[in-house]
Design a protein around this ligand. Sequence first.
Ligand SMILES: [Zn+2]
Length: 219
Amino acid sequence: MIPRAAIVGVGGLGAPAAVALAHVGAALSLFDPDRVELSNLPRQPVYGHDDIGHEKAARAARRLRQTHPNADVSAHMTAVTRENGADLLRGHRVIVDATDGMEAKVLLNELAVELEVPLVHAGVLALDGQLMTIVPRRSACLRCLFVELPPQDEMPSCQQAGILGPIVGAVGLASAREAYALLRGEAAPLENQLAILDGAALRWRHIQLRRNPRCPACA
Ligand SMILES: [Zn+2]
């Protein structure tokens, strides 16, 4: 059986990641409760005008099957929540976090640790992107970095802070590279490393990480 990747969020990050992973023959599960909006089109290249108003996951899967008729792609028009998350994500070889907002990212981190499924964390805000890969119980997780979380209303989402299409696309494609390594059973380049893309200077820098014994998720 081809190892399967779960892509949570098929927007600016998840759409390019899904295309790249479909190109290398990965089996994919796409999760997104949203519908395509006009404003999505500039940075979400799997959708066109005829997709507006339709469910993202279904339309992205349809587009991938048009390019790759044998592709094994399933579409789930649902949000991943605390209640359904374990059932939806269990059995995947890797989870790609392509969501928007810290709450969803913290939840996916928890689920990945709980299920012991590697997680590629990707995020973009304004001109900056970040990426890291979490191999549960082996490498630092998101909460190893953020033991305390800022209050919900102090964390801007992409919708509030805005994002730049080319930057989100670059981070989305880089997340596919991480997932590809894990699908092949290889070490991901960004295990125990936080890669930060400075979109203004177009420079990546890397911060070495280690597991935090006070981590509320994986310690
Ligand atoms: Zn941790």
